[in-house]
Ligand binder design. Structure first.
Ligand code: UD1
Ligand code: UDP
Length: 362
């Protein structure tokens, strides 16, 4: 069967997750349409991922750009409604938990279009995070749910989603990592920045961490403490750049602040790092596979499997410097990987989706 499948992508993590799914669906001969909402638009936040991951050019870019959550979500919803009416697909594929994801869910569900969610069932139970609402709402709107880790199955069941709709498939972000592993050069930091010893990579972009001057000042102080012992490289997400810079981020010569990196460059940096300090969702998973110690500057995570099966640890602004020094000293983590994080999530999703569409009522 050849189905028409529309993928809605908008922000950096979406691109990394969608690439293996799109590739696997193409291999089964489906007709695919890619809509970029324009939520992320800088070359280093968007275009570079299409090039490096071999993603097809978007058929349409809605160009919504930045804005408040409500306005951004509303604009994407309105524009996608027109798109879905003009090119009505058999199913819309949604990824992760960004505003583009929930907006696409709303647009699709109101038109009665079948919806699939990749990375379903993650829960931080932190209702102060915009992503937690995006996830819950998206999961409740979707007809078929692809989960990356076993605990998601239980959460979806508790929320009343039928077991027949939920499939544990592994992690497409890990598919992308495995597919590109031989391109990650662990000596990238030494070649590019002239660092000859161990180093820590930092990434921070959560509103709770980078939106207020007070919190930014605490984080900058902690990063400077880490840098007193180990060089820090910080590819800065545009969200936090102004606040963190104002808080003195650039004041330590051993904190190297750089623009967001392309996927291959960033993962090269991570592969060669002694430890990572982050609040990123994806980085918690990638470090689990690469066995690089990961210190997550958050009070909770929607990815607890990266703690039980990986190198991840939740840390506070007060203990991060000490724990980073310990992680740098202790070296790589060695443990069992989460089930099905084997690089085959994309093909599993493609097979399950195809047979589901074949058996679906019109
Ligand atoms: C979004 C997602 C978050 C995800 C992150 C990945 C939501 C609610 N948040 O957060 O879950 O972890 O992406 O990176 O969807 N900006 C630029 N250039 C860009 C994009 C953004 O300068 O290409 C700046 C703008 O000032 C913008 C700010 O970053 O206002 C925030 O962008 P936005 O897309 O609203 O949220 P993120 O913080 O990127
Ligand atoms: N990433 C990248 N360059 C960077 C930072 C991140 O290529 O400078 C990649 C990395 O693979 C990460 C993904 O982008 O997992 C998503 O990143 P982000 O932290 O922005 O989003 P989140 O996973 O927190 O939603």
């Amino acid at each position: 069967m050849r189905a028409s499948i529309t993928h809605v992508l908008g922000a950096r993590p979406n691109f990394v997750k969608a690439a293996p799914v799109i590739r696997a669906l193409a291999a089964l001969g489906h007709e695919q349409r890619i809509i970029h909402t324009g939520q992320h638009y800088d070359e280093k936040m968007s275009d570079i991922f299409f090039v490096q991951l071999g993603l097809p050019e978007p058929d349409v870019n809605l160009g919504v750009g930045s804005g408040s959550h409500g306005k951004m979500t509303a604009q994407i919803l309105a524009k996608l409604e027109d798109e879905f009416v003009e090119h009505r697909p058999d199913v819309v594929m949604l990824y992760g938990d960004v505003n583009s994801t929930v907006a696409a869910g709303l647009a699709g569900v109101k038109l009665g279009i079948r919806l699939a969610h990749v990375e379903a069932g993650l829960r931080s139970f932190d209702t102060g995070m915009p992503e937690e609402w995006n996830r819950r709402l998206t999961d409740n709107m979707c007809d078929i749910l692809f989960a990356t880790s076993p605990e998601a199955i239980g959460y979806l069941a508790q929320e009343g989603r039928p077991p027949s709709a939920v499939h544990l498939v592994g992690n497409p972000m890990i598919d992308t990592l495995i597919a590109n592993l031989d391109k990650f050069d662990a000596s990238y930091a030494s070649k590019t920045y002239g660092l000859d010893g161990k180093y820590v990579v930092a990434t921070l972009h959560r509103p709770a961490n980078v939106d207020t001057p007070e919190r930014a000042a605490e984080l900058v102080k902690a990063l400077h403490q880490i840098a007193a012992q180990t060089d820090v490289i910080f590819p800065v997400h545009p969200r936090g750049r102004a606040t963190l810079t104002k808080a003195g981020l650039l004041d330590s010569p051993r904190v190297k602040v750089v623009d967001p990196l392309g996927y291959i460059e960033f993962m090269s940096l991570v592969r060669g790092a002694a430890a990572i300090v982050t609040d990123s969702g994806g980085v918690q998973e990638e470090t689990t596979l690469l066995r690089v110690p990961c210190l997550t500057l958050r009070p909770n995570t929607e990815r607890p499997i990266t703690i039980t099966s990986g190198s991840n640890r939740l840390v506070t602004v007060d203990d991060v410097a000490g724990l980073a020094a310990k992680a740098v000293h202790d070296g790589p983590y060695d443990g069992e990987l989460p089930p099905l994080w084997d690089g085959q999530a994309g093909p599993r999703i493609a097979r399950i989706l195809t047979s589901w569409l074949e058996n679906a009522d019109d």
